[in-house]
Write a protein that binds this ligand. Structure first.
Ligand SMILES: Nc1ncnc2c1ncn2[C@@H]1O[C@H](COP(=O)(O)OP(=O)(O)OP(=O)(O)O)[C@@H](O)[C@H]1O
Length: 287
């Protein structure tokens, strides 16, 4: 069996009292006892409602929030990341592990050209600027940005939302990372563009043997993308299964609720869509 490239074991994350937004006494546990591993080239969707702890878990991998308290283990390629120094983490970020976020505008600097921003991860690794720009155009072209070479000189404001997300992806992938963490990368896009970006992530994962951790609250969009789905509910992982199995036979009431609330084209138009609450109210949470 292939060894996982990322292995999270018994991860717990606490917000210490002093860092709690909105006050409250004592530390707040936001993730508890979470196990999750990803093999090379595997695409895992981390699904759950708002506030279930998905982003905190993803950010824990890159140690992006040093104000939080982490327990357990996060092993990358066999070495422990929890407790690793900022220098080691900085080397890892963007080179071996890249992350993209929901809003492509905040990830881009409005006063730097597209070319500068996509080439940057190579330039900081010592690649000559000319060569870095040539590869930036190549990567943008692979990601379906028309006239990529000419548009290296454009600014983010001249691009549509979907094109901006392609630019962000180009910058995230240009240094050929082994893991892409995508935190709701399509939520801000309209449905048609959303599909294109999902297809691109899948295609790049196949082409580059890239592992993907895809975070979303929308189970409906993961079917075509993920090999496996991990479902979070109130800070815990309640299900982690191959995508087909999960859709055919969801075990946890919360997962059944998520699947039940996906609109179906063959449904009777007069039937009310079921909500997750319908399932939880009848079956109750098990965690
Ligand atoms: N500094 C903080 N103070 C208080 N609560 C916090 C803090 N940081 C995170 N939380 C809480 O931790 C929980 C998990 O947050 P997280 O952002 O991981 O959720 P999420 O599943 O990614 O949700 P979303 O889809 O809305 O981003 C939330 O209930 C959030 O309110």
């Amino acid at each position: 069996m292939t060894e996982p490239v990322l292995s999270i074991q018994n991860l717990s994350v606490r917000v210490p009292e002093r860092a709690r937004i909105g006050g409250g006494a004592g530390d707040l546990t936001v993730v508890e006892g979470l196990d999750l591993s990803i093999c090379p080239g595997e695409r895992v969707a981390l699904v759950g409602e708002s506030g279930s702890g998905k982003s905190i878990t993803a950010r824990a991998i890159l140690q992006l929030n040093r104000a939080l308290v982490y327990d357990g283990s996060i092993r990358w390629d066999g070495t422990e990341l929890l407790g690793a120094g900022e220098r080691r983490m900085r080397r890892l970020r963007g080179s071996e592990i890249s992350m993209i976020f929901q809003d492509p505008m905040t990830a881009l600097n409005p006063v730097l050209t597209i070319g500068q921003q996509v080439a940057e991860p190579l330039v900081v690794r010592g690649v000559a600027r000319r060569e870095a720009l040539r590869r930036a155009a190549e990567m943008l072209d692979r990601l379906g940005v028309p006239k990529a070479k000419e548009r290296l000189k454009a600014y983010p404001g001249q691009f549509s939302g979907g094109m901006r997300q392609r630019v962000v992806m180009a910058a995230a992938l240009i240094a050929e990372p082994r893991l892409l963490i995508a935190d709701e990368p399509t939520t801000a896009l309209d449905v048609r563009v959303q599909e294109q970006v999902l297809d691109l992530i899948e295609a790049m994962s196949r082409e580059m043997s890239l592992s993907v951790l895809f975070i979303t609250h929308d189970l409906a969009i993961v079917a075509g993308l993920a090999n496996r789905v991990a479902v979070m509910y109130r800070g815990r992982l309640v299900e982690d299964r191959p995508v087909d199995e999960l859709f055919e036979n969801p075990r946890h009431p919360y997962t059944r609720g998520l699947i039940g609330s996906i609109p179906r084209l063959d449904a009777d138009p007069d039937t009310r869509l079921q909500t997750v609450g319908d399932f939880m109210a009848t079956e109750g949470p098990t965690v």
